[in-house]
Design a protein around this ligand. Structure first.
Ligand code: G3D
Ligand code: MG
Length: 170
């Protein structure tokens, strides 16, 4: 039977230097370096995920550099179905900022599906278990440990977003 095909847009969110670009690079280029376009300081990478009866193409939007401008952010978010919130385990403030990234994104994309990553799991973290619990509580979603360096949790992170988005589409 022919697979049903879907295309969905997702954005990378999080402070500068947390590893957003590295995560996309690891995820997309590990398997195949497919087409990408660079325009307006944004790189869009494409990845096809096999979800059984469904073939999902993720268009992954990554802002290159950090733009503080809200209007630009809104333009980047528009039409997205989901987002990956990325924090850096070695810089606790980047983890606490995830709630703000999520809330701002929801203003533009109210129905969005989220996953969250505590990245740089290969490095020593100063965050204690209670701190992490508080962050997870505020976010309302599970935090997945990832490392763009070793590849830990990267495939699972994107896969869980893809599945979450398709669940929502039903
Ligand atoms: P950004 O896109 O969120 O701004 P980048 O972040 O992907 O540009 O990564 C910022 C820096 O963190 C880079 O180092 C990158 O190599 C490093 N980095 C990203 N992910 C990981 C990780 O999982 N583990 C470790 N150890 N480092 C990571 P440089 O030195 O190039 O600035
Ligand atoms: Mg980047």
């Amino acid at each position: 039977m022919e697979k049903r095909k879907f295309i969905r847009k997702v954005c990378l969110l999080g402070d500068g230097g947390v590893g957003k670009t590295s995560l996309v690079r690891r995820y997309v280029e590990d398997v195949f370096s497919d087409s990408y376009i660079v325009s307006f300081g944004t790189k869009v990478s494409k990845k096809v995920i096999d979800l059984g009866e469904v073939e999902l193409t993720l268009m992954i939007w990554d802002i290159l550099g950090q733009k503080g401008d809200d209007a630009l952010h809104a333009a980047y978010y528009r039409g997205a179905n989901g987002a990956i919130l990325v924090g850096d385990l070695t810089r606790p403030e980047t983890m606490r900022h995830l709630v703000k990234w999520k809330d701002d994104f929801l203003k533009v994309c109210p129905g969005a599906t989220f996953v969250a990553a505590s990245n740089k799991s290969d490095l020593e973290s100063t965050l204690q278990a209670p701190d992490l619990e508080e962050i997870v509580g505020a976010l309302g979603i599970e935090l997945r440990r990832t490392s763009a360096r070793t590849g830990e949790g990267v495939e699972e992170l994107f896969m869980s977003l893809g599945k979450g988005i398709m669940e929502r589409s039903k």
